[in-house]
Unconditional design. Structure first.
Length: 176
């Protein structure tokens, strides 16, 4: 399974983000390749000989795109956003996550990285299967103690990539 990763500059302007992703895909797969977005904002690639799947995450100053020959989902978070935040991670967990995941976060006693680890894995998974955040309560990425490696045949794991400032980011990837 081929996995191509693009690390691009993030932009507040949606059109600039779309143009950057499209330019990267065209630069790698040729001028016929094109990134299109569904009415829900889900990206797909057209114009390649073999079907390619794409997933994109924007966080901090970067946009990370992964392209694969199989369905794929990527999510990332910029950790400094969470470090000194007054965000109620436990409250968010209780509302949007499963009981096991909320328990895992509760056991972290305020460790924001526990929340981010769960959230990025869940986001990566729903992106891979073409669903949204509304699906979060219907599956677990951890059992309250440790992370699961697969859900319904879809592998979910931490995604490590090195670039300037990469220590400030956390990523997860999901794919068949």
């Amino acid at each position: 399974m081929e996995l191509k990763t693009f690390i691009l500059a993030n932009s507040a302007d949606k059109a600039e983000r779309h143009a950057a992703v499209n330019a990267a895909v065209k630069g790698y797969y040729g001028d016929a390749a094109n990134v299109e977005y569904s009415s829900q904002g889900v990206p797909s690639i057209t114009g390649t000989e073999v079907q390619k799947y794409i997933s994109i995450t924007t966080c901090g100053n970067i946009m990370l795109c992964v392209v694969c020959s199989q369905p794929v989902g990527i999510d990332g978070e910029y950790l400094p956003r969470y470090k000194d935040s007054k965000m109620d991670y436990q409250g968010i967990a209780e509302r949007f996550l499963s009981d096991d995941e909320a328990e895992f976060i509760r056991k972290g006693d305020g460790d924001y990285e526990r929340f981010v680890k769960v959230w990025t894995r869940k986001e990566a998974y729903v992106k891979c299967i073409g669903k949204g955040v509304a699906q979060f309560p219907q599956f677990n990425v951890c059992d309250g103690e440790k992370f699961v490696g697969k859900i319904g045949g879809v592998t979910i794991k931490k995604f490590s990539i090195k670039f300037d400032g990469s220590d400030d980011y956390m990523f997860a990837i999901a794919g068949v």
